[in-house]
Design a protein around this ligand. Structure first.
Ligand code: ISL
Length: 573
């Protein structure tokens, strides 16, 4: 693979298994459901699936709280089903990666039970079990899901650290036993045939020694006191290199430092043949420069990172109700690409299971018109699938899925929202303002079931979380047979990418970047060049003279004007 590993030109597709397809009517999506719908994904043309967690879990955080890394969640099926799914993906020429959640485990994990039973024994050192008294937690860190990051465990007479829900206990990565356990889990799954992992909040795993208090100013700024002590901890790189060597590399070659490998020329050559699993890091809060370091070729840490700055312009947070300005998207990508070195590579995403739909953020209500919804859905697909980097689609994007019209907290299931609402009230906010925040930012917008048919088609039972979108024309069944659908557009774009490496590996040059709401660039490789052009606004726009002459490949191309929300790909003449 060398300079061009498979994941650089692949299209990834994130499946949220709980909401993808339910084969047995219990209202929860399952592995059989995914297998039954694999042809939808193969037809779309995606190269690699990423499954959100499918492991045994009490589901306080919908699978991101794992109680057994080598077992499948009851509602989702069995290990035999996973084996079938892996085989079914590979038969169709698709790869599959799973979600490794190892910053923390569920409090129902065997390791934690043993730790509580004997805090001074070996498992006590798997977690941050700190001595103290019930009235004073060890430091002032806050949980991402409201309240302090510490839970008093009466049976053990200790405090336990949880950066997320109070049942998600943080693992102690400075314990070599923990590192070995995680590497073994990775090896175990690679041996079953998966192609790698997405690593959940992986940049949080190294905590500052001594667990010092967070600075109050930082806490105020970022809402989460203590983050500066683990966002990019002192031993992060070392932990990742060890995990790559002992977990992701099958034959465990003798350890050598990047400097040694540079000296013997290995950095310029192909990756070692025994490198098996791709390591995609979920890396909230790291920014461009730290992201570059974490995924620098030859450093042997991560292969790809996610940069979350794309999700909100500066000054905005997920809980705000606002219209996302597409100019920010352009500014973000311009700035990011300008700062990447020639060997750097990034992932490109707009939606995931933790965020409201980008289509709705940009539409800001205008997407209630089905024509506008379709147009914005196509425009975002065009940008995401022709941008430099590896695209990660999230289920439903290919159907133009939008945010939901939840009417009360009873409609929601996510622990973050369920905890946050009362916490906001407690802080003095009125119920209306608190609900407005939740409605803007709840992660459940993206977690509602896939719409396979006009009436739903996700389950024959009662869905665990109900979607509210009933607009005709946006189900998979309708879109698959409509040549003008968001789905057909995605499929055509992916096919085009596959035929023309200029759209994946090619250079990217912006066209008239200062023109407001005009997002356009040329992708070029080996003498072949494509112009991508978008009018990210609701008004007709004159085409700038700087755009090179080109013939349309996807979309219609009037020589002078761009229609509202128009997107096109053309071949530069
Ligand atoms: O929601 C956030 C804080 O308000 C995000 O920072 C989020 O916690 C972050 O992106 C980490 O997300 C991942 O780990 C969480 C899990 O709940 C998310 O679903 C997962 O994607 C804890 O495992």
């Amino acid at each position: 693979e060398g300079e061009d590993p498979w994941w650089r030109s692949a299209v990834f597709y994130q499946v949220y298994p709980r909401s993808f397809a339910d084969s047995d009517g219990d209202g929860v999506g399952d592995l059989r459901g995914i297998i039954d719908h694999l042809d939808h994904l193969a037809d779309l043309g995606v190269d690699c699936l990423w499954l959100s967690p499918i492991f045994a879990s009490p589901n306080r955080d919908m699978g991101y709280d794992i109680s057994d890394y080598r077992a499948v969640m009851d509602e989702m099926g069995t290990l035999a089903d996973v084996d079938d799914l892996i085989a079914a993906c590979h038969e169709r020429g698709m790869r599959i990666i799973l979600d490794l959640v190892v910053n923390h485990t569920s409090d129902e994990h065997e390791w934690f039970r043993r730790a509580v039973a004997d805090p001074d024994g070996p498992y006590g050192r798997y977690y941050f079990l700190e001595e103290g008294t019930e009235d004073a937690p060890p430091n002032n860190w806050k949980s991402f899901f409201s309240g302090p990051a510490w839970r008093w465990i009466p049976e053990a007479q200790r405090w336990a650290l949880h950066l997320f829900a109070d049942s998600q206990m943080d693992l102690r990565w400075d314990n070599p036993d923990v590192q070995r356990e995680v590497a073994d889990v990775v090896q175990w799954w690679l041996a079953r045939g998966i192609d790698g992992f997405r690593l959940d909040v992986i940049n949080y795993i190294s905590k500052a020694p001594g667990l010092p208090d967070g600075h109050p100013f930082v806490g105020e700024l970022l809402e989460f006191t203590g983050v500066e002590h683990y966002f990019y901890g002192p031993r992060l790189g070392e932990f990742l290199r060890t995990l790559r060597r002992d977990g992701f590399t099958r034959n465990r070659p003798p350890a050598s430092t990047p400097r040694e490998r540079l000296a013997d020329g290995a950095l310029a050559g192909p990756l070692p043949a025994d490198e098996v699993g791709v390591m995609v890091g979920e890396t909230p809060g790291i920014g461009v420069e730290l992201g570059r370091m974490l995924s620098a070729r030859g450093r042997d840490e991560l292969d790809l990172t996610f940069n979350f700055d794309v999700l909100e312009p500066p000054g905005r947070v997920r809980w705000d109700n606002y219209a996302y300005d597409p100019e920010y998207l352009k500014r973000y990508w311009r700035d990011y690409l300008a700062r990447l070195g020639p060997r750097d590579w990034i992932s490109v995403f707009l939606d995931n299971h933790d965020n409201p739909r980008m289509l709705s953020k940009i539409g800001a209500g205008r997407e209630a018109d089905p024509a506008v919804r379709t147009a914005i859905g196509k425009l975002l697909a065009t940008l995401q699938l022709t941008m430099r980097g590896t695209p990660f689609l999230f289920q439903g994007q290919e159907l133009g899925a939008v945010n939901q019209e939840f009417s009360s907290l009873d409609d929601l299931r996510d622990v973050e929202s369920v905890n946050r609402f009362p916490a906001l009230l407690e802080s003095g906010m009125g119920p209306r303002a608190a609900w407005a925040q939740i409605l803007s930012g709840t992660r459940d917008h993206a977690r509602v079931p896939m719409r396979w048919t006009p009436g739903g088609g996700f389950t024959t039972g009662v869905p665990w979380l109900a979607g509210t979108d009933e607009v005709p024309g946006f189900s998979a069944a309708e879109q698959a047979v409509d040549p003008d659908s968001v789905y057909s557009w995605h499929r055509a774009l992916i096919a085009l990418r596959r035929r023309h490496p200029a759209l994946t590996r090619g250079s990217l040059t912006w066209v008239a970047p200062r023109r407001r709401n005009y997002l356009a660039y040329v992708r070029e490789l080996d003498g072949e060049a494509f112009l991508v052009e978008c009018n990210a606004s609701e008004t007709t726009m004159r085409r700038p003279s700087a755009a090179p002459p080109a013939e349309p490949v996807l979309g219609i191309r009037d020589g002078r004007r761009l229609a509202p929300w128009e997107a096109s790909v053309s071949r530069v003449l």
